[in-house]
Design a protein around this ligand. Sequence first.
Ligand SMILES: [Zn+2]
Length: 348
Amino acid sequence: MDLLAKLTQTPSVPGREDRIRETIQRHIQDLNLFDEIHVDPMGSLIALRKARPANGARSEKPLKVMLAAHMDQIGFLVRHIDDNGFVRINPVGGFDTRNLFARTVRVCTSTGDLRGVMNPGGRPIHIATDDEKKKVPLIGDFFIDLGMDAEAVRSQVKVGDMVVLDGPFSEVGDFVVSQCLDNRVGCWAQIVAIENLKHHNCDIYAAWTVQEEVGLRGAMPAAFGIDPDIGVACDTTLCCKTPGVPDEDRVSVSGDGVALHVMDSSMISDIGLIEDMEAIAAEHSIRCQRAILPRGGQDGAVIQRSRSGVRTVSLACPVKYIHTVTEMSHKADLESYPALLTAWLESL
Ligand SMILES: [Zn+2]
């Protein structure tokens, strides 16, 4: 859990993934899990672990498997500083503005991080009109108060600086709670799965990709460069088994194991790979579940359509309250996720 906690508390929004990439790179280098590591021009981290067959006899042309976990989180970039020192923002990724009231934030500048408070413009509830109370603000209505005058703000903050919400990591009952479990869980699962590998006949390319939250932008060139035989997107999915959502819309169930994404609106997983993973899960008594997400996409979509096409499956951890700073994942699902990946990679 220490590694997952650290990954969730390392801010990195689309196009600003330097910090999380350095954290992951340092960790995998310390563990000596890979034979080659490089960063591609867009910023994705790509690490190759060559086949380690049980009998030591490496085949001429081992199967190439690409694992991909996006390492960006939804957040904001500074758009404008007004004459009173208030900071306006542009979203990078999809927050629901109803979840953005009265938030403490971190503005990450080249000279250090600044604390701030984010709210939409308008009157407090005591003096708001009935119409104002009903209005859901647009993202452009929000501003950040850094508690400093315009001159002090402008001397430190630049247009394009990254802004993230505060959302600490904690354990609540059988769950972990944090911001950006989407997708630090996938980043973490790839590391843990490879750490637990003994022997495998395939070459494994683990990619931690950039800019997924703004339209699957980093995985496309990463897949082109790797040219894999099989792709596995490691991400999270909705779990809406909560009040106010009909059961048929729950997508996945917390505690029932890692989800095999049969389809979402960006791709249809290779059904053969899903069946193979289910068989491996049954053999090793690892819990997993099938899920369909009617709306939403992930990196698997662009891996699948890379070059002349790649057999691809999407793995996803169920997450309640996704795209808020109180995302929740069940510990049993966090256990089954890397366990299934390890067992499946060893079976190839
Ligand atoms: Zn995601």
